[in-house]
Design a protein around this ligand. Sequence first.
Ligand SMILES: CC(C)(COP(=O)(O)OP(=O)(O)OC[C@H]1O[C@@H](n2cnc3c(N)ncnc32)[C@H](O)[C@@H]1OP(=O)(O)O)[C@@H](O)C(=O)NCCC(=O)NCCS
Length: 134
Amino acid sequence: MLRVLETANMHRVPSPEMEDFDVGQWHVAVTGEVIVGVAGYRLLDTPDGPVGKTTLLAVDPEARGHGIGQALQELRMELMRDAGAARVITNADRPDTIAWYERHFGYRRIGEVPKLHEFGLPEVDRWTTLEARL
Ligand SMILES: CC(C)(COP(=O)(O)OP(=O)(O)OC[C@H]1O[C@@H](n2cnc3c(N)ncnc32)[C@H](O)[C@@H]1OP(=O)(O)O)[C@@H](O)C(=O)NCCC(=O)NCCS
């Protein structure tokens, strides 16, 4: 998992940006015996009920463009919905990934939050916060 996350500079775990892998549920995509994609999420308790919060998502660059990212994203949206969440929050930094979330999964931008340290794209110092209905 860390090898795949490192391809997107998202492997600094534990760190202030990602304290632990054990904060939620993790799912992997496997080709043969090799992990080529990882996706995680957790559920936040709020007075209005559970809200989904995605943690990390990355696909090995050599495996991108074949629907693995979409399958992982659809899986975690379905699991969050089944757990009772009506919406999901996602932080992203790459403009092409933000557009991908908007294009395929109904996300809209709701704000920005500064990164705590380098994580993801080094030249982008803040996360764009996106929200979608589940
Ligand atoms: C974002 C990310 C996870 C997407 O993973 P992916 O496996 O490439 O995703 P998909 O293959 O489902 O979709 C990518 C594109 O390939 C297209 N595609 C999917 N299956 C395809 C196929 N069989 N043939 C051709 N194209 C295909 C999709 O339509 C999509 O293109 P579009 O958005 O222009 O329509 C990946 O690019 C990544 O790891 N990026 C860096 C890390 C990152 O930004 N993570 C998110 C942080 S919140």
